[in-house]
Design a protein around this ligand. Structure first.
Ligand code: GLA
Length: 728
């Protein structure tokens, strides 16, 4: 009560704009405290778990570091800055001091101004009462006589305490997305950045975690998590300098993107979402997932359908009979949705491969004589929903669209366009409102003609390779990347305001769009074009640091795998896919009856555990990156009465003993009955249907047999288990 009164006092005094000493931005269990004094740059006092009023009152400014809330370039030039600009008269120096604090709902604003120039900077903080997340962003307004140029414009800066701080982040490439990297922060700079222009998570990711007390542990230790919510080029920078603090800057990548801010215009930076957990890396992940499902992800509270996607099954070989057969097969296995991937469109230039037709979104009647309406009717007949693939931001040199609108593509002035996939792909210039209208029309046209479409797979298979907009004036060419993503935002907003219920997947040559900046419009993302189950254990492990299972599309595919040519067992493929948003990406026609039966069983069982997987809390238990021969994680529901435990063997050596895995997240004093899902063994596990206390499961764990007891002819090198735990 006292704490609340104190907070109220702080907030009330802030609201009336008087000189405020301490400004607290408090989410459910975490808080930022700033020292704000009019006429000075606000200072960070604290970031961590919420403090008592007494502790908060006693807070002192950390010594020996630079605690500026939003350092500007010019009057302490050796230090890194969050903001740098050229004023209208050419002056490169900026000073920012507080002029007041205001509050509206759960958003606190600290108003800053340059005492000499009419530059206003509002630092915005949005704190959620029911989740542990604080969103920060900045609004920069030019009130000078003419345009100013922004050359650095971070969303936020956070000084991170001295000591043995470790950084966890994701890296990778096409077919190898979401790899986890962990490193100690040492003096110097660590930069994580993206310059793709269109997609931003194939390689590095715009989310990081900082473990504050040595190398990160999954279920213990203090962890700060940060996610830059932006669809475009970003830069995250950690500078560890002679003060030994780690200064973390995050924002749009300013390289080749200086921004001319007109008089009266406001530049709003993307949100940096910040969390803090005392329960290790998994704890920070749970905070991201809960906040994400509640406030960011499209339909974050709606269970996802189990689908079959046609891509790896038939690639471009789309035809009516084939689609009908696939729909019948997935319906027969208990699936709920069929998605027709690439290859269904193009009249003058039918899409037979990736060389042609993007932009020509008319049905190829040769392949589909009864059109999309025919397919939707077929889906209805099989009792499932229908989805379709599009790639709205792109065209090919060989397309009717390009013939009509060569001026709509991105290319450097006076040079030929660089062509991408298929040797002919081109990126449309979304900074151009006409292109935005066209792209909106693709979705709108499909949805108007075929209101039965339930799901769209939205792909983006090319980077901005050449810098240049045919729409933007020559003096504003540096606006290209920002304007593209502003156009993308407008387009997505428009689509969502007209089609709020549509399910939309963000795909981008696989996992190029796994970012919280796009997920408010998208229901999920395709983790990777690589569906090999073993590699997926690694990729999905990393991806789960920041994204919940409900958003991670994870499909059972054929063997040998089409990317790595590895042959895993169907059981293993199922057990891995079942830890995300389960789907299939296979030609069911080529499956045996026994394989179909196993998938049918898995789909039935997934429906039972779907709420736990898709809405539960993740506890990562044994990392595949530790190379112990096994990886394991679990999801526990909010009531801690149901849990799903996954165990995947990652190596296969005779007489190699595997660590026994301790569970987490259960209630110590409750008993949980264990039931194996997707069972293939001839006999049940020793602990099948037996009950154990949460304490036992968390302190000792179950001894999982290393192999499957199946007939000799059925044996293979793969071993995995999925256990369903229910409190008694
Ligand atoms: C990209 C996607 C795939 C598939 C193909 C279609 O590579 O990541 O899933 O949709 O395009 O061309």
């Amino acid at each position: 009560m006292k704490k609340n009164l104190f907070l109220l006092f702080v907030l009330l005094s802030a609201a009336v704009g008087v000189r405020a000493e301490k400004v607290t931005i408090a989410a459910k269990n975490i808080a930022i405290v700033l020292d704000v004094e009019n006429g000075r740059q606000p200072q960070y006092l604290y970031f961590g778990t919420r403090l008592s009023a007494a502790d908060e009152a006693a807070l002192q400014l950390p010594q020996g570091g630079r605690m500026d809330a939003y350092p500007a370039y010019g009057l302490n030039t050796p230090a890194e800055a969050a903001l740098a600009m050229r004023h209208a008269d050419g002056n490169l120096s900026t000073a920012l001091v507080a002029t007041g604090v205001s509050r509206q709902g759960n958003v606190t604003t600290i108003h800053l101004e340059d005492p000499v120039y009419a530059t206003q900077v509002d630092l915005k903080y949005k704190a959620y009462a029911d989740v542990d997340m604080i969103e920060m962003w900045t609004e920069i307004t030019n009130r000078e006589k003419s345009a100013v140029t922004l050359t650095q414009f971070a969303s936020a800066m956070l000084p991170i305490r001295r000591g043995n701080v470790w950084l966890s982040h994701l890296y990778g490439s096409w077919a190898n997305e979401g790899r986890l990297a962990e490193e100690e922060l040492l003096p110097g700079q660590k930069i994580i950045k993206n310059k793709d222009g269109v997609r931003n998570s194939h390689t590095d990711h715009a989310e990081v975690m900082f473990s504050l007390d040595g190398k990160g542990r999954e279920n213990a230790g203090d962890v700060i998590g940060a996610a830059l919510c932006y669809s475009g080029n970003y830069k995250l920078k950690v500078e560890t300098d002679d003060t030994d603090y780690h200064y973390f800057f995050a924002g749009i990548n300013e390289e080749n993107s200086e921004y001319h801010l007109k008089r009266g215009e406001t530049f709003r930076t993307p949100v940096l979402a910040l969390t803090f957990s005392r329960e290790g890396l998994s704890g920070a992940s749970r905070n991201f997932h809960k906040w994400g499902r509640t406030y960011q992800l499209a339909h974050g509270n709606k269970p996802r359908k189990i689908l079959l996607n046609s891509w790896e099954g038939v690639y471009f070989d789309i035809n009516e009979a084939g689609m009908d057969q696939m729909m019948a097969d997935i319906a027969g296995m208990g699936g709920e949705l069929f998605v027709m991937d690439d290859g269904w469109f193009g009249e003058k230039y039918p899409r037979k491969n990736d060389h042609t037709s993007l932009g020509d979104w008319q049905v190829d009647r040769q392949k589909l004589p009864h059109g999309i309406e025919g397919l939707i009717a077929d889906a209805g007949k099989h009792g499932i929903s229908f989805g379709i693939w599009i790639e709205p931001e792109m065209t090919n040199r060989i397309s009717e669209l390009y013939e009509k609108h060569p001026d709509w593509i991105i290319k450097a002035p006076r040079r030929d366009a660089v062509q991408g996939r298929g040797g002919t792909q081109l990126v449309l210039d979304l900074s151009n409102p006409k292109v935005q209208d066209f792209a909106f029309g693709i979705v709108d046209g499909l949805m108007t003609r075929y209101p039965g479409i339930d799901y769209i797979k939205w792909d983006a298979n090319m980077a901005v390779m050449n810098h240049g907009s045919q729409y933007l004036p020559m003096q504003d060419q540096s606006h290209l990347y920002i304007a593209y993503h502003e156009g993308f935002r407008k387009l997505c907003d428009r689509i969502r305001s007209k089609y709020p219920d549509l399910t939309i997947q963000a795909c981008a040559s696989g996992g190029g769009r796994a970012n919280w900046g796009v997920l408010p419009w998208f229901d999920e993302f395709w983790v990777s074009d690589n569906t090999d189950a073993l590699q997926r254990v690694y990729m999905q492990w990393g991806t789960s640091y920041f994204f919940p299972a409900i958003a991670m599309a994870s499909h059972i595919s054929a063997v040998p795998n089409h990317t790595v040519f590895r042959t895993t067992s169907l059981k293993y493929r199922i057990d891995v896919a079942m830890s995300g948003r389960l789907g299939m990406e296979i030609q069911p026609k080529n499956m045996t009856d026994a394989e179909k039966a196993l998938c049918r069983q898995a789909i039935t069982e997934y429906k039972q555990i779907r709420p736990v997987v898709q809405f539960g809390n993740i506890y990562r238990l044994q990392s595949p990156y530790d190379r112990q021969g096994v990886a394991s994680l679990m999801y526990v529901d909010d009531a801690r009465s149901k849990a799903v435990f996954y165990w995947w063997k990652t190596d296969n050596f005779a007489n190699q003993h595997l660590p026994r895995i301790k569970m987490a997240g259960l209630q110590a004093n409750r008993n949980y009955r264990v039931h194996e899902l997707n069972r293939i063994d001839n006999k049940p596990l020793d602990f099948e249907r037996k009950s154990f206390s949460g304490a036992y499961l968390m302190e000792h764990g179950l001894e999982i047999p290393y192999t499957h007891s199946v007939d000799h002819a059925e044996r293979n090198e793969w071993s995995s288990r999925v256990l369903f735990l229910e409190a008694q």
